[in-house]
Design a protein around this ligand. Structure first.
Ligand code: AHR
Length: 515
Protein backbone atom coordinates (compact mmCIF):
# COMPACT_ATOMS: atom_id res chain seq x y z
CA UNK A 1 0.00 0.00 0.00
CA UNK A 2 2.76 2.36 1.06
CA UNK A 3 4.61 1.54 -2.15
CA UNK A 4 1.51 2.22 -4.24
CA UNK A 5 1.07 5.64 -2.64
CA UNK A 6 4.71 6.51 -3.27
CA UNK A 7 4.44 5.36 -6.86
CA UNK A 8 1.39 7.51 -7.36
CA UNK A 9 3.02 10.67 -6.10
CA UNK A 10 6.13 9.97 -8.06
CA UNK A 11 4.13 9.58 -11.22
CA UNK A 12 2.08 12.71 -10.69
CA UNK A 13 5.09 14.98 -11.23
CA UNK A 14 5.89 16.57 -14.56
CA UNK A 15 9.44 16.64 -15.82
CA UNK A 16 10.58 19.61 -17.89
CA UNK A 17 12.98 18.67 -20.66
CA UNK A 18 14.76 20.35 -23.56
CA UNK A 19 13.16 21.22 -26.90
CA UNK A 20 14.74 18.15 -28.50
CA UNK A 21 13.15 15.78 -26.02
CA UNK A 22 10.31 13.57 -27.06
CA UNK A 23 7.31 14.90 -25.15
CA UNK A 24 5.60 11.95 -23.60
CA UNK A 25 2.65 11.33 -21.32
CA UNK A 26 2.66 7.87 -19.75
CA UNK A 27 -0.64 6.98 -18.11
CA UNK A 28 -0.96 4.18 -15.62
CA UNK A 29 -4.53 3.18 -16.32
CA UNK A 30 -4.20 0.02 -14.23
CA UNK A 31 -4.43 1.98 -10.97
CA UNK A 32 -7.14 4.34 -9.81
CA UNK A 33 -5.80 7.31 -7.90
CA UNK A 34 -7.82 9.45 -5.47
CA UNK A 35 -11.11 11.00 -6.46
CA UNK A 36 -11.02 14.49 -7.97
CA UNK A 37 -13.80 16.32 -6.16
CA UNK A 38 -16.32 17.90 -8.49
CA UNK A 39 -16.21 20.91 -6.18
CA UNK A 40 -12.80 21.81 -7.63
CA UNK A 41 -14.86 23.20 -10.53
CA UNK A 42 -16.77 25.50 -8.19
CA UNK A 43 -17.77 29.15 -8.52
CA UNK A 44 -18.06 32.33 -6.51
CA UNK A 45 -20.58 35.17 -6.88
CA UNK A 46 -20.31 38.28 -4.74
CA UNK A 47 -22.39 41.42 -4.41
CA UNK A 48 -19.71 43.24 -6.33
CA UNK A 49 -20.05 45.36 -9.45
CA UNK A 50 -22.35 43.65 -11.95
CA UNK A 51 -21.93 40.06 -10.81
CA UNK A 52 -25.25 39.59 -9.00
CA UNK A 53 -27.21 42.61 -10.27
CA UNK A 54 -27.21 42.71 -14.09
CA UNK A 55 -25.15 39.53 -14.33
CA UNK A 56 -27.38 37.00 -12.58
CA UNK A 57 -30.38 38.92 -11.28
CA UNK A 58 -32.34 41.48 -13.28
CA UNK A 59 -35.65 41.24 -11.43
CA UNK A 60 -39.10 40.33 -12.67
CA UNK A 61 -39.81 43.73 -14.22
CA UNK A 62 -36.74 43.76 -16.45
CA UNK A 63 -36.92 43.91 -20.25
CA UNK A 64 -34.11 41.37 -20.28
CA UNK A 65 -35.65 37.90 -20.66
CA UNK A 66 -35.66 36.29 -17.23
CA UNK A 67 -36.91 33.33 -15.27
CA UNK A 68 -38.40 34.61 -12.00
CA UNK A 69 -35.92 37.52 -12.10
CA UNK A 70 -32.81 35.49 -13.06
CA UNK A 71 -31.34 36.36 -16.48
CA UNK A 72 -32.42 33.56 -18.81
CA UNK A 73 -29.29 33.58 -20.97
CA UNK A 74 -26.90 33.50 -18.02
CA UNK A 75 -28.98 30.92 -16.17
CA UNK A 76 -28.95 28.60 -19.18
CA UNK A 77 -25.20 29.01 -19.71
CA UNK A 78 -24.52 28.22 -16.05
CA UNK A 79 -26.87 25.25 -16.12
CA UNK A 80 -24.96 23.85 -19.10
CA UNK A 81 -21.75 24.14 -17.10
CA UNK A 82 -23.23 21.86 -14.39
CA UNK A 83 -21.65 24.03 -11.73
CA UNK A 84 -21.23 21.92 -8.61
CA UNK A 85 -21.14 24.65 -5.96
CA UNK A 86 -21.69 28.40 -5.72
CA UNK A 87 -20.16 30.55 -2.97
CA UNK A 88 -22.09 33.67 -1.87
CA UNK A 89 -22.51 36.57 -0.80
CA UNK A 90 -18.78 37.40 -0.64
CA UNK A 91 -15.90 38.03 -0.51
CA UNK A 92 -15.38 41.18 1.49
CA UNK A 93 -19.09 41.90 1.14
CA UNK A 94 -19.91 38.88 3.33
CA UNK A 95 -18.47 40.47 6.45
CA UNK A 96 -20.70 43.53 6.00
CA UNK A 97 -23.82 41.54 5.13
CA UNK A 98 -26.73 41.23 7.53
CA UNK A 99 -28.94 38.54 6.10
CA UNK A 100 -32.21 39.83 7.54
CA UNK A 101 -31.86 42.83 5.19
CA UNK A 102 -32.37 40.44 2.28
CA UNK A 103 -35.61 38.64 3.19
CA UNK A 104 -39.31 39.53 3.10
CA UNK A 105 -41.22 41.79 0.71
CA UNK A 106 -38.72 43.50 -1.60
CA UNK A 107 -40.17 46.99 -1.10
CA UNK A 108 -39.54 46.70 2.62
CA UNK A 109 -35.95 45.54 2.38
CA UNK A 110 -33.54 48.23 3.60
CA UNK A 111 -31.02 49.83 1.27
CA UNK A 112 -27.41 49.73 2.37
CA UNK A 113 -24.14 51.09 1.05
CA UNK A 114 -21.79 48.52 -0.46
CA UNK A 115 -18.74 49.96 1.28
CA UNK A 116 -16.12 47.71 -0.28
CA UNK A 117 -17.25 47.75 -3.88
CA UNK A 118 -17.81 51.10 -5.49
CA UNK A 119 -19.96 52.54 -2.68
CA UNK A 120 -23.09 51.63 -4.62
CA UNK A 121 -26.51 51.34 -3.05
CA UNK A 122 -27.45 47.72 -2.43
CA UNK A 123 -31.22 47.33 -2.40
CA UNK A 124 -31.09 43.76 -1.10
CA UNK A 125 -33.48 42.54 -3.79
CA UNK A 126 -31.22 39.49 -4.14
CA UNK A 127 -31.08 37.77 -0.77
CA UNK A 128 -31.26 34.36 0.87
CA UNK A 129 -34.34 33.11 -1.00
CA UNK A 130 -33.07 34.34 -4.35
CA UNK A 131 -29.67 32.72 -3.82
CA UNK A 132 -30.83 29.37 -2.49
CA UNK A 133 -33.62 29.05 -5.06
CA UNK A 134 -31.02 29.72 -7.77
CA UNK A 135 -28.84 26.93 -6.42
CA UNK A 136 -31.80 24.58 -6.47
CA UNK A 137 -32.66 25.57 -10.04
CA UNK A 138 -29.06 25.08 -11.13
CA UNK A 139 -28.77 21.81 -9.23
CA UNK A 140 -25.66 23.02 -7.42
CA UNK A 141 -24.69 23.00 -3.76
CA UNK A 142 -24.82 26.21 -1.75
CA UNK A 143 -21.78 27.64 0.02
CA UNK A 144 -22.85 30.52 2.26
CA UNK A 145 -20.27 32.82 3.86
CA UNK A 146 -21.31 34.00 7.29
CA UNK A 147 -20.50 37.44 8.64
CA UNK A 148 -17.85 37.21 11.34
CA UNK A 149 -16.23 40.64 10.83
CA UNK A 150 -19.27 42.75 11.75
CA UNK A 151 -21.82 40.11 12.73
CA UNK A 152 -22.52 37.96 15.75
CA UNK A 153 -22.78 34.28 16.58
CA UNK A 154 -26.50 34.77 17.15
CA UNK A 155 -26.97 36.34 13.72
CA UNK A 156 -25.22 33.39 12.10
CA UNK A 157 -27.14 30.82 14.10
CA UNK A 158 -30.46 32.42 13.22
CA UNK A 159 -29.46 32.37 9.54
CA UNK A 160 -28.63 28.68 9.76
CA UNK A 161 -31.98 27.99 11.39
CA UNK A 162 -33.81 30.10 8.83
CA UNK A 163 -32.19 28.24 5.94
CA UNK A 164 -31.96 24.67 7.15
CA UNK A 165 -34.35 23.89 9.99
CA UNK A 166 -37.84 22.38 9.90
CA UNK A 167 -38.66 23.06 13.55
CA UNK A 168 -41.53 25.08 14.89
CA UNK A 169 -39.31 28.00 15.96
CA UNK A 170 -39.33 31.72 15.29
CA UNK A 171 -36.78 31.89 12.46
CA UNK A 172 -38.28 28.95 10.62
CA UNK A 173 -41.77 30.33 10.92
CA UNK A 174 -40.45 33.62 9.55
CA UNK A 175 -39.14 31.72 6.53
CA UNK A 176 -42.50 30.04 6.08
CA UNK A 177 -44.19 33.44 6.31
CA UNK A 178 -41.82 34.57 3.53
CA UNK A 179 -43.07 31.83 1.26
CA UNK A 180 -40.68 28.92 1.75
CA UNK A 181 -42.14 25.99 3.62
CA UNK A 182 -39.34 23.41 3.43
CA UNK A 183 -35.74 24.06 4.44
CA UNK A 184 -33.06 24.36 1.79
CA UNK A 185 -29.99 22.19 1.73
CA UNK A 186 -26.94 24.29 2.57
CA UNK A 187 -23.86 22.12 2.40
CA UNK A 188 -21.03 24.56 3.13
CA UNK A 189 -20.72 27.42 5.58
CA UNK A 190 -17.78 29.83 5.52
CA UNK A 191 -16.87 31.29 8.90
CA UNK A 192 -15.79 34.73 7.79
CA UNK A 193 -13.84 35.77 4.72
CA UNK A 194 -10.29 37.11 4.59
CA UNK A 195 -10.41 37.69 8.34
CA UNK A 196 -6.74 38.75 8.04
CA UNK A 197 -7.87 41.70 5.87
CA UNK A 198 -11.29 43.03 4.85
CA UNK A 199 -12.96 40.53 7.20
CA UNK A 200 -11.67 42.18 10.37
CA UNK A 201 -7.88 42.61 10.16
CA UNK A 202 -7.38 39.86 12.73
CA UNK A 203 -4.30 37.98 13.83
CA UNK A 204 -4.40 34.22 13.21
CA UNK A 205 -4.50 33.56 16.96
CA UNK A 206 -7.50 35.83 17.50
CA UNK A 207 -9.32 34.47 14.45
CA UNK A 208 -8.67 30.85 15.45
CA UNK A 209 -10.45 31.44 18.77
CA UNK A 210 -13.31 33.20 17.04
CA UNK A 211 -13.57 30.44 14.44
CA UNK A 212 -13.87 27.85 17.20
CA UNK A 213 -16.57 29.86 18.92
CA UNK A 214 -18.63 30.31 15.72
CA UNK A 215 -18.05 26.77 14.55
CA UNK A 216 -19.36 25.33 17.83
CA UNK A 217 -22.78 26.71 17.04
CA UNK A 218 -22.74 25.72 13.38
CA UNK A 219 -22.40 22.20 14.63
CA UNK A 220 -25.05 22.69 17.26
CA UNK A 221 -27.63 24.05 14.82
CA UNK A 222 -26.56 22.73 11.46
CA UNK A 223 -25.90 19.23 12.91
CA UNK A 224 -23.96 17.18 10.42
CA UNK A 225 -25.48 18.99 7.50
CA UNK A 226 -22.84 21.62 6.98
CA UNK A 227 -19.15 21.61 6.27
CA UNK A 228 -17.59 24.41 8.30
CA UNK A 229 -14.95 26.32 6.36
CA UNK A 230 -12.38 28.23 8.39
CA UNK A 231 -10.94 31.34 6.81
CA UNK A 232 -7.50 30.46 5.48
CA UNK A 233 -4.39 32.18 4.34
CA UNK A 234 -3.61 34.92 1.89
CA UNK A 235 -1.16 33.41 -0.60
CA UNK A 236 2.07 32.40 1.12
CA UNK A 237 1.05 33.26 4.67
CA UNK A 238 2.05 29.82 5.97
CA UNK A 239 1.95 30.99 9.57
CA UNK A 240 -1.80 31.58 9.25
CA UNK A 241 -2.33 27.97 8.20
CA UNK A 242 -0.07 26.67 10.96
CA UNK A 243 -1.86 28.59 13.71
CA UNK A 244 -5.30 27.63 12.43
CA UNK A 245 -4.40 23.96 12.16
CA UNK A 246 -2.66 23.93 15.51
CA UNK A 247 -5.48 25.62 17.38
CA UNK A 248 -8.55 24.66 15.41
CA UNK A 249 -8.14 21.63 13.14
CA UNK A 250 -10.83 19.78 15.07
CA UNK A 251 -13.31 22.62 14.78
CA UNK A 252 -13.47 22.94 11.02
CA UNK A 253 -14.00 20.65 8.03
CA UNK A 254 -11.99 22.77 5.64
CA UNK A 255 -9.58 25.66 5.58
CA UNK A 256 -9.57 28.09 2.70
CA UNK A 257 -6.77 29.67 0.67
CA UNK A 258 -6.92 32.74 -1.55
CA UNK A 259 -4.45 33.38 -4.32
CA UNK A 260 -4.82 35.77 -7.26
CA UNK A 261 -2.52 35.88 -10.26
CA UNK A 262 -1.20 39.35 -11.09
CA UNK A 263 0.60 39.36 -14.45
CA UNK A 264 2.01 42.87 -13.93
CA UNK A 265 4.66 43.89 -11.44
CA UNK A 266 2.43 44.62 -8.46
CA UNK A 267 -1.12 45.21 -7.24
CA UNK A 268 -0.67 48.83 -8.28
CA UNK A 269 0.43 47.78 -11.73
CA UNK A 270 -1.64 44.71 -12.52
CA UNK A 271 -1.55 45.19 -16.32
CA UNK A 272 -4.33 45.16 -18.90
CA UNK A 273 -6.56 42.18 -19.65
CA UNK A 274 -6.28 42.77 -23.41
CA UNK A 275 -3.64 43.75 -25.92
CA UNK A 276 -0.78 42.49 -23.74
CA UNK A 277 2.52 41.25 -25.16
CA UNK A 278 4.29 37.94 -24.70
CA UNK A 279 6.13 39.07 -21.57
CA UNK A 280 2.79 39.55 -19.80
CA UNK A 281 1.44 36.35 -21.30
CA UNK A 282 4.41 34.47 -19.88
CA UNK A 283 4.31 36.30 -16.54
CA UNK A 284 0.62 35.50 -16.13
CA UNK A 285 1.20 31.79 -16.63
CA UNK A 286 4.37 31.66 -14.55
CA UNK A 287 2.65 33.37 -11.64
CA UNK A 288 -0.46 31.21 -11.96
CA UNK A 289 1.75 28.11 -11.72
CA UNK A 290 2.86 29.36 -8.28
CA UNK A 291 -0.38 27.79 -7.11
CA UNK A 292 1.50 24.50 -7.16
CA UNK A 293 4.00 25.64 -4.54
CA UNK A 294 1.29 27.26 -2.42
CA UNK A 295 -0.92 24.19 -2.40
CA UNK A 296 2.06 21.98 -1.70
CA UNK A 297 3.39 24.02 1.22
CA UNK A 298 0.01 24.68 2.84
CA UNK A 299 -0.82 20.98 2.44
CA UNK A 300 2.40 19.94 4.12
CA UNK A 301 1.56 22.08 7.13
CA UNK A 302 -1.95 20.65 7.20
CA UNK A 303 -0.47 17.13 7.02
CA UNK A 304 1.44 17.76 10.25
CA UNK A 305 -1.79 18.27 12.17
CA UNK A 306 -4.18 16.22 10.05
CA UNK A 307 -2.28 13.33 8.45
CA UNK A 308 -5.53 11.60 7.51
CA UNK A 309 -6.54 14.61 5.44
CA UNK A 310 -9.94 15.10 7.07
CA UNK A 311 -9.73 18.86 6.71
CA UNK A 312 -10.04 19.92 3.09
CA UNK A 313 -8.08 22.75 1.54
CA UNK A 314 -10.63 24.93 -0.26
CA UNK A 315 -9.07 27.43 -2.66
CA UNK A 316 -12.24 29.43 -2.53
CA UNK A 317 -10.91 32.46 -4.44
CA UNK A 318 -8.50 32.19 -7.34
CA UNK A 319 -7.95 33.50 -10.85
CA UNK A 320 -6.23 36.32 -12.70
CA UNK A 321 -6.84 39.89 -11.53
CA UNK A 322 -6.08 42.54 -14.18
CA UNK A 323 -6.78 46.23 -14.60
CA UNK A 324 -10.46 46.97 -15.12
CA UNK A 325 -11.71 47.59 -18.64
CA UNK A 326 -11.07 51.25 -19.52
CA UNK A 327 -14.07 53.44 -18.79
CA UNK A 328 -15.61 51.10 -16.23
CA UNK A 329 -16.03 51.73 -12.48
CA UNK A 330 -12.74 50.69 -10.80
CA UNK A 331 -14.74 49.34 -7.84
CA UNK A 332 -16.61 46.91 -10.12
CA UNK A 333 -13.56 44.82 -11.14
CA UNK A 334 -14.91 44.22 -14.64
CA UNK A 335 -12.16 42.75 -16.82
CA UNK A 336 -11.91 40.99 -20.17
CA UNK A 337 -10.82 37.38 -20.44
CA UNK A 338 -8.36 36.01 -22.98
CA UNK A 339 -6.88 32.77 -24.28
CA UNK A 340 -4.07 33.29 -21.73
CA UNK A 341 -6.67 33.26 -18.98
CA UNK A 342 -8.15 30.05 -20.35
CA UNK A 343 -4.69 28.45 -20.03
CA UNK A 344 -4.33 29.84 -16.51
CA UNK A 345 -7.58 28.03 -15.72
CA UNK A 346 -6.56 24.71 -17.27
CA UNK A 347 -3.06 24.69 -15.73
CA UNK A 348 -4.54 25.64 -12.33
CA UNK A 349 -7.07 22.81 -12.56
CA UNK A 350 -4.19 20.43 -13.27
CA UNK A 351 -2.53 21.58 -10.03
CA UNK A 352 -5.74 21.14 -8.02
CA UNK A 353 -6.43 17.77 -9.59
CA UNK A 354 -3.03 16.31 -8.80
CA UNK A 355 -3.43 17.54 -5.21
CA UNK A 356 -6.99 16.27 -4.93
CA UNK A 357 -6.33 14.33 -1.77
CA UNK A 358 -6.16 17.66 0.05
CA UNK A 359 -7.75 20.16 -2.36
CA UNK A 360 -11.44 19.36 -2.08
CA UNK A 361 -12.89 22.56 -3.45
CA UNK A 362 -11.95 25.63 -5.49
CA UNK A 363 -14.09 28.61 -6.48
CA UNK A 364 -12.99 30.83 -9.31
CA UNK A 365 -13.46 34.55 -8.78
CA UNK A 366 -16.03 35.28 -10.09
CA UNK A 367 -18.97 33.87 -12.04
CA UNK A 368 -20.25 36.84 -14.08
CA UNK A 369 -18.79 40.28 -14.97
CA UNK A 370 -16.13 40.29 -12.21
CA UNK A 371 -12.43 39.30 -12.44
CA UNK A 372 -11.83 36.00 -14.30
CA UNK A 373 -15.47 35.54 -15.20
CA UNK A 374 -17.22 32.76 -17.10
CA UNK A 375 -19.70 35.17 -18.61
CA UNK A 376 -19.77 38.87 -19.52
CA UNK A 377 -22.99 40.80 -20.06
CA UNK A 378 -23.90 44.14 -21.61
CA UNK A 379 -27.58 45.09 -21.60
CA UNK A 380 -29.36 42.09 -23.05
CA UNK A 381 -26.18 40.68 -24.62
CA UNK A 382 -24.08 37.91 -23.16
CA UNK A 383 -20.72 36.48 -24.13
CA UNK A 384 -19.06 33.27 -22.95
CA UNK A 385 -15.40 33.76 -22.09
CA UNK A 386 -12.46 31.47 -22.94
CA UNK A 387 -12.45 30.49 -19.24
CA UNK A 388 -16.05 29.30 -19.52
CA UNK A 389 -15.00 26.91 -22.25
CA UNK A 390 -12.20 25.47 -20.10
CA UNK A 391 -14.69 24.75 -17.30
CA UNK A 392 -16.82 22.96 -19.86
CA UNK A 393 -13.88 20.90 -21.11
CA UNK A 394 -12.75 19.99 -17.59
CA UNK A 395 -16.09 19.16 -15.98
CA UNK A 396 -15.60 15.52 -17.05
CA UNK A 397 -12.87 15.20 -14.39
CA UNK A 398 -15.27 16.10 -11.58
CA UNK A 399 -15.76 13.13 -9.22
CA UNK A 400 -13.62 10.94 -11.52
CA UNK A 401 -10.56 9.02 -10.30
CA UNK A 402 -7.25 10.69 -11.00
CA UNK A 403 -5.04 8.38 -13.03
CA UNK A 404 -1.33 8.37 -12.23
CA UNK A 405 0.53 9.87 -15.17
CA UNK A 406 4.06 11.05 -15.76
CA UNK A 407 4.74 13.80 -18.24
CA UNK A 408 7.99 14.59 -19.97
CA UNK A 409 7.56 18.07 -21.36
CA UNK A 410 9.78 20.44 -23.25
CA UNK A 411 10.12 23.91 -21.75
CA UNK A 412 8.56 27.12 -22.86
CA UNK A 413 11.20 29.82 -22.33
CA UNK A 414 10.83 33.56 -22.33
CA UNK A 415 13.84 35.75 -21.59
CA UNK A 416 15.82 33.99 -18.89
CA UNK A 417 12.88 32.12 -17.48
CA UNK A 418 11.10 28.93 -18.38
CA UNK A 419 8.08 26.87 -17.45
CA UNK A 420 7.00 23.43 -18.71
CA UNK A 421 5.21 23.84 -22.03
CA UNK A 422 2.71 21.12 -21.21
CA UNK A 423 0.29 20.53 -18.36
CA UNK A 424 -2.09 17.60 -17.92
CA UNK A 425 -4.90 15.86 -16.07
CA UNK A 426 -5.97 12.28 -16.75
CA UNK A 427 -8.94 10.67 -15.01
CA UNK A 428 -11.34 7.76 -15.26
CA UNK A 429 -15.05 8.40 -14.71
CA UNK A 430 -17.68 6.13 -13.19
CA UNK A 431 -18.48 4.69 -16.64
CA UNK A 432 -14.84 3.68 -17.16
CA UNK A 433 -14.13 6.36 -19.76
CA UNK A 434 -10.70 7.95 -19.61
CA UNK A 435 -10.41 11.69 -20.13
CA UNK A 436 -7.06 13.18 -21.05
CA UNK A 437 -6.70 16.96 -20.87
CA UNK A 438 -3.44 18.50 -22.07
CA UNK A 439 -2.57 22.18 -22.43
CA UNK A 440 0.21 23.61 -24.56
CA UNK A 441 1.27 26.86 -22.89
CA UNK A 442 3.71 27.80 -25.64
CA UNK A 443 2.06 30.62 -27.63
CA UNK A 444 4.33 30.27 -30.65
CA UNK A 445 5.04 26.56 -31.14
CA UNK A 446 2.78 23.59 -31.69
CA UNK A 447 3.96 20.64 -29.59
CA UNK A 448 4.06 16.98 -30.55
CA UNK A 449 3.10 14.58 -27.79
CA UNK A 450 3.14 10.82 -27.49
CA UNK A 451 0.56 9.38 -25.12
CA UNK A 452 1.16 5.88 -23.80
CA UNK A 453 -1.51 4.04 -21.85
CA UNK A 454 -0.46 1.19 -19.61
CA UNK A 455 -2.87 -1.24 -17.99
CA UNK A 456 -5.70 -0.68 -20.45
CA UNK A 457 -6.01 -0.59 -24.22
CA UNK A 458 -7.77 2.12 -26.16
CA UNK A 459 -10.60 0.76 -28.28
CA UNK A 460 -11.56 4.12 -29.65
CA UNK A 461 -11.41 7.85 -29.16
CA UNK A 462 -14.99 8.88 -28.40
CA UNK A 463 -14.39 12.59 -28.69
CA UNK A 464 -11.59 15.12 -29.06
CA UNK A 465 -12.07 18.84 -28.52
CA UNK A 466 -9.62 21.71 -28.72
CA UNK A 467 -9.81 25.26 -27.41
CA UNK A 468 -7.39 27.61 -29.10
CA UNK A 469 -7.33 31.06 -30.64
CA UNK A 470 -5.73 33.06 -33.45
CA UNK A 471 -3.66 35.01 -30.84
CA UNK A 472 -2.64 34.29 -27.27
CA UNK A 473 -4.37 37.50 -26.18
CA UNK A 474 -7.56 36.88 -28.17
CA UNK A 475 -10.83 37.62 -26.36
CA UNK A 476 -14.53 37.16 -27.06
CA UNK A 477 -16.37 40.46 -27.43
CA UNK A 478 -20.04 41.35 -27.80
CA UNK A 479 -19.35 42.03 -31.49
CA UNK A 480 -17.25 38.91 -32.02
CA UNK A 481 -18.37 36.44 -29.36
CA UNK A 482 -16.84 33.34 -30.95
CA UNK A 483 -13.18 34.21 -31.54
CA UNK A 484 -12.21 31.69 -28.86
CA UNK A 485 -14.47 28.69 -28.88
CA UNK A 486 -14.11 24.90 -28.70
CA UNK A 487 -13.76 22.97 -31.97
CA UNK A 488 -13.29 19.32 -32.93
CA UNK A 489 -9.65 18.27 -32.55
CA UNK A 490 -8.29 16.25 -35.43
CA UNK A 491 -4.52 16.35 -35.01
CA UNK A 492 -4.20 12.97 -33.32
CA UNK A 493 -3.61 9.40 -34.46
CA UNK A 494 -4.13 6.11 -32.65
CA UNK A 495 -0.84 4.43 -33.57
CA UNK A 496 -1.47 1.25 -31.59
CA UNK A 497 -3.84 -0.07 -28.96
CA UNK A 498 -2.05 1.81 -26.27
CA UNK A 499 -0.30 4.64 -28.08
CA UNK A 500 -1.60 7.96 -29.37
CA UNK A 501 0.26 10.69 -31.19
CA UNK A 502 -1.00 14.24 -31.20
CA UNK A 503 0.07 17.72 -32.15
CA UNK A 504 -1.20 20.40 -29.82
CA UNK A 505 -1.58 23.80 -31.45
CA UNK A 506 0.23 26.71 -29.81
CA UNK A 507 -1.68 28.08 -26.80
CA UNK A 508 -4.31 25.37 -26.66
CA UNK A 509 -6.24 23.04 -24.38
CA UNK A 510 -7.32 19.63 -25.64
CA UNK A 511 -9.59 17.07 -23.99
CA UNK A 512 -9.88 13.56 -25.37
CA UNK A 513 -12.29 10.87 -24.28
CA UNK A 514 -10.87 7.35 -24.63
CA UNK A 515 -12.66 4.08 -24.35
O1 AHR B 1 -12.96 38.65 -5.38
C1 AHR B 1 -12.78 39.98 -5.03
C2 AHR B 1 -12.30 40.16 -3.60
O2 AHR B 1 -11.02 39.61 -3.48
C3 AHR B 1 -13.09 39.46 -2.54
O3 AHR B 1 -14.19 40.20 -2.12
C4 AHR B 1 -12.11 39.32 -1.44
O4 AHR B 1 -12.36 38.19 -0.63
C5 AHR B 1 -10.78 39.25 -2.16
O5 AHR B 1 -9.85 40.11 -1.62
Amino acid sequence: MRKAIFAFFFCAFSVAATAQTQNKLVINAGTDGPQISKYIYGHFAEHLGRCIYDGIWVGLDSNIPNINGYRKDVFEALKALQMPVLRWPGGCFADTYHWKDGIGPKAQRPKIKNVFWGGTVEDNSFGTHEFLNLCEMLGCDAYVSANVGSGTVQEMVEWIEYMTSDDDVEMVNLRRQNGREKPWNVKFLGIGNESWGCGGNMTPEYYADLMKQYSTYVWEYGRDKMKRVGCGANGEDYNWTRVLMQKGARNMDALSLHYYTIAGESWNNKSAATGFDESLYFAGLRKALRMSELVDRHSRIMDEFDPRKRVGLYVDEWGIWTDVEPGTNPGFLFQQNSMRDALIASATFDIFNRNCERVKMANIAQTVNVLQAMILTKGNQMVLTPTYHVFNLYKVHGDASLLPASLISESYSYGNEKIPALSQTVSRDAQGRIHVSVSNLNPAQPVKLLVELNGQNVKKVNSAIVLTAPFFNAVNTFDKPETVKPAPFKAYKLVSENMLEMTLPSASVVTLELQ
